[in-house]
Design a protein around this ligand. Structure first.
Ligand SMILES: [Zn+2]
Ligand SMILES: [Zn+2]
Ligand SMILES: [Zn+2]
Length: 121
């Protein structure tokens, strides 16, 4: 189970080892190779348990929803720290407010490129 994104809505299939992961960090921790970049991502919706594919080179806002059940799967990562730090409030709202002050993030990048950023070595 993913400990990075507690509220993960989808599993991602790594194109390199053909295994399903909740996030790129899970892949980085359990595998000794880099997550291969791919244009066409394979997802598995945790809500309806159906698989679908997305072309990441042409990713739009409507692509953040499961094509089968409309579940919004691109969400702010709810980390254990955030859950502990914000009691009662919805941490997603805080995260969104913080995010808006910075450069607008590509949701696809924040989900799938985590093992290539913020990592030394
Ligand atoms: Zn892999
Ligand atoms: Zn994870
Ligand atoms: Zn779904």
């Amino acid at each position: 189970m993913c400990k990075h994104i507690l509220n993960a809505q989808v599993a991602i299939r790594a194109p390199c080892c053909k295994q399903w992961f909740d996030c790129a960090e899970c892949h980085a921790e359990s595998q000794d190779h880099r997550l291969k970049k791919t244009v066409e991502m394979h997802f598995l919706c945790k809500k309806c348990k159906k698989a679908f594919r997305k072309d990441m080179s042409n990713y739009e806002e409507s692509d953040e929803y499961c094509p089968h059940c409309d579940n919004h799967y691109v969400i702010e990562a709810k980390t254990p720290q955030a859950v502990l730090g914000v009691e009662g409030d919805d941490p997603r709202i805080d995260a969104r407010m913080l995010k808006d002050e910075r450069v607008k993030q590509d949701p696809a990048r924040s989900l799938f490129a985590q093992d290539t950023t913020d990592r030394i070595g």
